[in-house]
Design a protein around this ligand. Structure first.
Ligand SMILES: [Zn+2]
Length: 135
């Protein structure tokens, strides 16, 4: 996509600190890191969200994240992947953050507000029905 920041990074129109790539994905250091080693993994082909991303890229991204975690020997870390404005997606080219959590003050902070739901069973039933292999 022409005006997409991450497409421009993939196409080398904008410089980045590359760390890894495959046929399907590109990985580079985040320019506004939450901790040392914070990096990003993106599909090379433009995709707006996780569910738009081809399976080949999805597979490569998780494997690449695992490799980088092992290379850096990180024990505590978060994988963050946001889809949609309300869900805090800021660049509309799907991306996965690998954010090391070296201590309580650095890395990703999460506000987690659990609440009751009377729809979980119903939603589970819908998912099972739609994903049933007999269909
Ligand atoms: Zn893009």
């Amino acid at each position: 996509m022409q005006d997409c920041l991450f497409c421009k990074i993939v196409n080398k129109e904008i410089p980045s600190e590359k760390i890894y790539e495959t046929e399907h994905i590109y990985a580079f250091m985040d320019i506004n890191p939450l901790a040392d080693g914070h990096c990003l993994f993106i599909p090379k082909k433009h995709a707006k969200t996780l569910h738009d991303t081809p399976d080949t890229a999805l597979a490569d991204i998780l494997i690449a994240i695992k490799k980088v975690v092992q290379v850096l020997d990180i024990k505590d870390y978060n994988i963050l992947q946001n889809n949609g404005i309300i869900a805090h997606q800021a660049v509309f080219h799907a991306h996965w953050h690998l954010i090391p959590k070296p201590n309580k003050n650095e890395g990703l902070s999460i506000l987690w507000n659990p609440r009751s739901s009377d729809r979980q069973e119903e939603i589970a039933s819908i998912i099972r029905e739609k994903l049933s292999p007999t269909k």
